[in-house]
Each structure stands twice: as structure tokens, then as C-alpha cells.
Design a protein around this ligand. Sequence first.
Ligand SMILES: [Fe+2]
Ligand SMILES: [Fe+2]
Length: 186
Amino acid sequence: MAHHLLLHYKEEPFYSIKAREALIGQVLTYGEDVLCSAGFQSERDFMQHGRTNCYTHSICVAYVALRWADFFHADVDRRSLVRGCLLHDYFLYDWHDKAAAGHRHTINHPKIALANAERDFELNDKERDIIRKHMFPLCFPFPKYKESWLITLADKTCAASEIWHLWSLEQVITALDRRIDSLLRT
Ligand SMILES: [Fe+2]
Ligand SMILES: [Fe+2]
């Protein structure tokens, strides 16, 4: 299960169980078709940072982006934010494999993720912008929407946590995994 791939040491700090449950519910409500799709499920096979796979990383980014939106009291399109975050690394290959990824993964993967997401899902402009520009400021162009700025923050927060084990989202991942598994069985 995904939580085995997220071996962080500290629990998520300063957040109530009720607030956490609300955000978990939003990830499931807005992202159900993406979460249950064969393409997104295949991200379980591709490692991202540290011991975390792309599937777990993307769910964490969606959850943390909602947390950042709450932190800033930002009035955002939460549906687009969740869906864009879930699909931001939808490049669907192992980037550690240079034969599959090439030598410009950092620059190219947002474009590849967007092309794959356009192929498999209906996207709106905000979702396209979130996916295409999530690597800012490591890659350009500039994000256009508030939602795109939030993912730049959430993606880096999660990457840092996954690489350096700063804090844990294990309870979030376990709860989401259980509910996604039951959705897949229905
Ligand atoms: Fe990325
Ligand atoms: Fe990412």
C-alpha cells in the first residue's frame, strides 16, 4: 500500500482531525474519476521522490494545496485545484530510467503530463495552467492563476517532505487509499 512508500517520521502538525477529514473529502469528491482511472492508478508503479511513488505524491500535493489555500484564506476553484494537482505529474514513466525519461525530464515533464492529461480527461484552462506551470520557478512560464501559484508551493512542500522526511501525511494517505480502494471495488 502507498503508506509503506511514505516513511516519514513526524505526524502532520497543527491540524485538526475534522479539518483533515474535510480536505480528504474534497480530494475524493473533486478527483474521484481521476483517482479511479487506470492511468492514474498506474502512477503507483513510478517512483517520484525518495520512497514515494507518483500516485502518493500527487495525492499529497492535492491535499497540501488545499491546506495552503486554507492557510492563505484564498478564494480558489477547489475542484480545478484538486484535479490539476492530481494530474500535475501525469507523465507516466519512471524518470530515473534515462532511456524512458531522456535527459531533460525536469523541463519536459510538465508538457508531457499535460499532453497525457488532455488525452485522458476533460481539462479546463486552470487545470491546464496548474499542470503546465507547476515547476515554476525552476521552469518557466509564470503561473497565471492563484491555483497555479498554490501548486508551486504545494509541490515543493511535498517534495521536500518526501526527500528529507520533514513531516508525515501517512494518516491522510492511508485514509484516502482505503476509500479509493473501496471505490475501485464498486
Ligand atoms: Fe513535476
Ligand atoms: Fe510533483
